[in-house]
Design a binder for this molecule. Sequence first.
Ligand SMILES: [Zn+2]
Length: 52
Amino acid sequence: MNPFLISAMATLLHLKRKCPKCKREQMTKPGEKHRSVTCKFCGTKIPPKKTE
Ligand SMILES: [Zn+2]
C-alpha cells in the first residue's frame, strides 16, 4: 500500500471523534484537532482527544 495513503488514513482516523452523549462518530476539521467541537447531532461539546 502507498505510504501516503496510510498516513492520510491515520490522519482521518485521528480526526474522527465520538460524542460522549449520543455516541455518534463524526469528523472534525484538522484545525480543530486540539479544540473542543460541538456535536452536530445533539450539540454536546466533545473534548479533544488526549495525546498521551
Ligand atoms: Zn452527540
